[in-house]
Every structure is written in C-alpha cells, then in structure tokens.
Design a protein around this ligand. Structure first.
Ligand SMILES: [Zn+2]
Length: 371
C-alpha cells in the first residue's frame, strides 16, 4: 500500500503533463501558423514596454496650423472643431481650399462665425489654360479671391502629372515651373500671398511594393505608378519646385510634408539653403519622421527658422495631441494609429522650447499676410 500511493499520485501528474505537453505543442503550431499567415493589414502591434507615456493636452505655445482643409460638413462640425482647437492650444488654422470661384466663396462663408480662427488659401484657376487671355483671367480670379479673403495659394499639388489638386479645373500637365504661370506667381508676390505646394511623394512609394519595401503596409494605397507617359518622377518634381522658387524670389513658397523628402531630409536641407524664400511644413509626416527622432530633431533644430507646424489629418483634439507628443516629449517606441498606418514605432523629438515656439507660430507669422 505504502508503495502504491506515490504511484497513484504520480499517474494523474503524468496525465496532466502529457495533456499540457500536447496543448503547448498545438499552441506553438498555432503561433507558427499565425506568424506565417497574418496579413500585413491585420497586424496591429502594441508596445510591450513599461515606460513613461506623456500626455500633452495643450501645445507648449499657441499654435498656427498651417496645413488643414475644409473638413467640416456642418455648423456643428465647425463648433466641435473650434472646441478641439481651444482645448489643444490651436489659435488658428489655415484652410487650404484648393478652390477658386463659388466653391472658394462658400468655404469662406461657412466659417465666417469664427473670425480670426480660420484663414483661407485659394487655388489657381486653370480654366482655359493655353488659350489667349488665360493669364489675365486667372489673375482677375486671384484678385477676386483675395478680395473675398484669400491670403495665400494652396494646396497646389503635383505628383507627376501636373497641378491636379486645383478645383474646378485641374492643371493637367502643368508643373509649377511652367513659364505660363509666371504672371500669376508675380501677382502672388505683389499681394504677399504665399504658395503652399505639394510636390512628389515620399521615396518608398516609388519603390517596388515587394518584401524589401519599408513602407509596404501602405503600398496598396500610396504606391506611385510611374507607367504614365510623361509623368515626372520624384527628383524631377523637386527640380521643378526648385526652379520655380529660384525664378520667383519675391514669392514665399511652402513645400508641404518636408517636401516629401522624409527618407532623405538632406535634400530638403539643400533646397532650403539655396532658396531663402522657401519654407516647408511638417504636416502629416509625423509617422515618417517619428522613427528617426534624433536625426529629425537635429534637422528641425537646424532649420528652425524655415519650418512650420501643420496637421492635414482632420479635426480631433486627440490628433493634435499626438503631434505634440512627437514634437515635445521623450516618449519611446509607441504606435499611434491616428498618425499613421505604418507598423513603425514612433519616438518623441524632445524639441527645445524656443524651437517649438518658432515651429508652432513665429515662422507662420512671417509667412502669413497680415492685412
Ligand atoms: Zn493637405
């Protein structure tokens, strides 16, 4: 009997072990299968680190958001937006309408209850481009928009096939260095209307969407198809911007999104050093610069007099706060789906207070026409 007891006790323990062993085996099989089968689009990593999380409710200084759009669909949306701006420290927002004509007017009217909180930039009117008298008509429409309140141009946008962002008539095949635009740009200089322009896309979007592509998780949406005859590539578009900025020294240009040079900020640095009338906004590229915090912070600090804050990502207070977290804190290795669909972990830049002051507002003051 005495000898039996340990044996009897041992048996269930053995069974338990066997059972656990087979469970563990199944589990590891599942894990292995999951590792192979999870689609990139379904992968949403969560940081494992128990490290400080800094919530920045309000920006360190009052902010001018130099890159936003007409997101509000109703008066209630505008009220909500202004409340989000108030609670986050956004003093005013530049709405890049892309538009001329009745659409521009209606956007200005829509926000008129909040005087001083929103500024409006219009488009260029390409209607009838190439026909005699086009430049005069386009300048007349520019003057009219100015009278209605436009204080800048934007967002012009050229991803290789011309200024397609403009409404009502896209500038197909028209790049910013087109000599026909010269009179219009001169008028912008005379009216002190800055030109906000998006050229190209970030480098990885031109690369093959294969297993080595660093931004592959976004390739389906953002890959640039270069199989279009005559389409300008990244470097050609940057060259067209550089040429236009150089040929129009009286016009202030703002290149959107770090001029889409996030993977090689030195290219933008080179442009900024060559052209004193060029600025860049940092809108919607927090996810592209968040993975390289030391380099990005050094770049922003180097060019602290020539970069401006922007969002381009909607109207939520949480969105503004995510951008402040990147710019102001030392937080490490976090993911923020409100800023990006990349799987890249983000890191705070910990920018000095005085650099933040310039980025958030002082540089915008220099650019924005005050009359
Ligand atoms: Zn934009």
């Amino acid at each position: 009997m005495k000898r039996l007891i340990p044996t009897l006790l041992f048996l269930p323990a053995c069974l338990l072990f066997l059972q656990y062993g087979s469970l563990a085996q199944t589990d590891s099989k599942n894990t292995a299968r999951a590792g192979n089968d999870i689609l990139l689009k379904n992968y949403h990593p969560v940081s494992i680190y128990n490290i400080p999380i800094t919530r920045v409710t309000k920006a360190a200084w009052p902010v001018t958001d130099m890159h936003s759009h007409d997101y509000a669909k109703s008066d209630a949306d505008i009220d909500r937006w202004v409340r989000a701006m108030d609670s986050s420290g956004i003093a005013r927002t530049v709405i890049l309408t892309y538009s001329t004509g009745p659409r521009f007017d209606s956007i200005v009217d829509k926000y008129s209850r909040y005087k001083g909180r929103f500024l409006f930039y219009c488009g260029f009117d390409y209607t009838g481009f190439g026909q005699p008298g086009w430049a005069e008509k386009a300048i007349a429409e520019l003057n009219r928009c100015y009278q209605k309140g436009a204080r800048g141009i934007g967002e012009l946008g050229d991803k290789g096939e011309g200024e397609l962002y403009s409404y009502p008539t896209p500038g197909r095949g028209i790049h910013i260095d087109n000599p026909a635009l010269k009179p219009l740009l001169s008028r912008c200089g005379a009216l002190k209307m800055p030109v906000i322009i998006h050229v190209a896309e970030d480098r990885w979007m031109y690369q093959q969407p294969d297993a080595s592509n660093d931004g592959l998780m976004n390739a389906e949406k953002w890959h640039v198809n270069m199989q279009v005859p005559g389409k300008l590539d990244h470097d050609q578009l940057l060259a067209s911007l550089s040429k236009a900025v150089g040929e129009n020294p009286n016009v202030t240009f703002v290149a959107c999104h770090f001029a889409n040079c996030c993977s090689d900020l030195n290219v933008l640095g080179d442009l900024l050093s060559r052209h004193p009338n060029l600025y860049a906004d940092i809108a919607a590229r927090y996810a592209e610069t968040g993975p390289i915090p030391r380099f990005a912070a050094a770049f922003i600090t180097r060019w602290q007099d020539r970069l401006v804050y922007g969002t381009d990502m909607g109207t939520e207070a949480s969105m503004y706060r995510s951008t402040f977290r990147i710019l102001e804190t030392t937080d490490e290795h976090f993911y923020d789906p409100s800023l990006s669909d990349y799987h890249w972990a983000l890191y705070g830049f910990n920018l000095p207070k005085d650099v933040l002051r310039k980025l958030y507002q002082a540089n915008a003051e220099k650019i924005i026409t005050q009359h």
